[in-house]
Design a binder for this molecule. Structure first.
Ligand code: AOF
Ligand code: ZN
Length: 374
């Protein structure tokens, strides 16, 4: 039986923290963290770099002159395959490390346990399952994409305490405060695609870009984020996105999802790609859209949209996570709702569990996930 100690948990917690730095640029790869330790002292740490560059283990090994006899903490099983980079297991074996502690197994079929076998065959002690549930939650978008073809769907909403997002006129600037809006920028940067609907584009002319601001990110986080801007996507069945809309301006790539037969009005500048998808009853087939985002390597999908699109996602049970900023204001019954889904009875309504609640400036940030899922 492998030895798991509280020391292992402490160092794995550090590896998890380091791995989170990679969220802004690792897609399609998972944001993995690694800590190399000898005699209970940190030699170096590392995290996944953009696709084709160093994996977490290789980055960490490059930061220490030697790792002979060390214990390596890594949030995902080291890779065993030659993909766009050589296998991490070979780098660990060559470095003569003594022990590798892993949080979770890599579901990529090219790895899936083979990395662990390879390390053991080389005489390295392997411990698996330390902080496993935390790592699975951090890497959830990647895991979901491998299992079902699309990543984690997070819906962001700014709402009043009575659950309204805008006045009946559409006026919504600003329901939530400056702190909440700055926090959203960190979520945008940590997502691989930001999705909206054509209604929101028409109402707000949102740019959906990631803009550095004063929030939980430091300067290094922002410089990494800016090297890998999140993709933008508009769900626009009728192809009505205006050619001069902010969401299609600039260099950041934008996908516009339209119905098969629709041609796009928007000038096809080099950053805009039209993706044709079939309709199902009531609108574009949302699963097809999510699959198309999965094919483009999006692990984390952030939806910032109005009640129609969010209601359609909710009705079809496609929401993995709600990110709600609740402002201490009452907008009244004529103001716009969070989403348009109707349920005939309480029993049909979707139940969520609140997994975190934090004050961000004057607003309350609530994160909810399906009560039955994990
Ligand atoms: C690791 N450490 O930091 C990450 C891993 O195409 P490649 O060569 O970049 O390989 C991508 C796969 O490697 C990815 O699907 C996942 O299985 C694994 N990611 N593995 O050892 C890391 N990010
Ligand atoms: Zn690797």
């Amino acid at each position: 039986m492998a030895r798991v100690t509280s020391t292992d948990q402490r160092w794995m917690t550090l590896a998890l923290e380091v791995g989170r730095r990679a969220r802004v640029w690792s897609a399609p790869n998972p944001a993995v963290g690694c800590a190399i330790v000898r005699d209970d002292a940190l030699l170096s740490s590392g995290f996944t770099h953009p696709v084709g560059q160093a994996h977490a283990e290789v980055h960490a090994l490059s930061q220490t002159p030697d790792a002979v006899g060390a214990t390596v903490y890594v949030t995902l099983e080291p890779c065993h395959h030659t993909g766009r980079t050589p296998p991490c297991v070979d780098a660990l074996i060559d470095a003569k490390v003594a022990r590798v502690v892993i949080a979770c197994i890599d579901p990529d079929p090219r790895v899936a346990g083979k990395g662990i076998e390879r390390l053991k065959a080389a005489g390295i002690e392997v411990v698996q399952g330390v902080c496993e549930s935390e790592a699975q939650q951090d890497l959830r978008g990647f895991f979901l994409r491998l299992q079902r073809g699309w990543g984690r769907v997070t819906v962001k909403m700014g709402a009043s305490a009575d659950g309204r997002t805008a006045m009946a006129s559409g006026e919504s600037q600003w329901v939530t405060g400056v702190g909440a809006r700055a926090d959203v920028q960190a979520w945008r940067a940590s997502s691989d695609v930001i999705v909206t609907g054509s209604g929101t584009v028409a109402a707000d002319d949102c740019a959906l870009t990631v803009r550095p601001c004063d929030n939980r990110f430091d300067g290094d986080d922002w410089s990494r984020a800016l090297t890998a801007p999140s993709l933008r996507a508009v769900i626009d069945s009728r192809g009505v996105t205006p050619p001069l809309a902010n969401v299609v301006s600039g260099d950041v790539p934008t996908l516009i999802f339209t119905e098969d037969a629709t041609s796009l009005d928007v000038a096809m500048s080099s950053n805009v790609t039209q993706v044709k998808v079939p309709t199902d009853d009531g609108g574009l087939d949302l699963r097809q859209i999510l699959l198309a985002l999965g094919e483009r390597g999006a692990n984390e999908i952030l939806i910032e949209a109005g009640p129609t699109l969010v209601g359609a996602l909710e009705r079809q049970n496609l929401i993995d996570q709600w990110l709600i900023y609740m402002a201490p204001v009452m907008l009244g019954p004529d103001a716009r709702p969070l989403h348009s889904a109707h349920f005939s009875s309480l029993a049909h309504a979707h139940r969520y569990a609140i997994v975190s609640h934090d004050m961000i400036g004057d607003d309350l940030r609530i994160i909810m996930r399906p009560a039955t899922g994990d």
